[in-house]
Design a protein. Structure first.
Length: 92
């Protein structure tokens, strides 16, 4: 029994490091989520839709549906542009 050496220093460092790493990952994830929501809000706004539709990107399943919708739908901005062109007014 005398040959066994117990090292007790540093036993709390691993769980503390793991907790800090998880907190950092959570913080970075929240920042990435906020930036993604901001980008999609801007895209919806520029397309002529309400900017609030961009917040649906945060909802599971709805984010996939909204991405397909924005990709394949006829945007209100483009509808207005077509109307102006048909009326013979120059687009500004």
């Amino acid at each position: 029994m005398d040959s066994m050496v117990h090292v007790s220093h540093g036993t709390h460092a691993a769980p503390l490091f793991l907790i800090l790493l998880i907190m950092f990952g959570f913080f970075v994830g929240l920042i990435a989520l906020a930036i993604t929501a901001l980008i999609f809000c801007k895209i919806f706004s520029k397309a002529g839709y309400s900017w609030a539709l961009g917040l649906l990107i945060l909802v599971p399943i709805a984010n996939i549906i909204m991405a397909f919708y924005i990709a394949f739908a006829d945007w209100p901005v483009l509808k207005d542009l077509r109307q102006l062109r048909q009326q013979g007014k120059p687009a500004t």
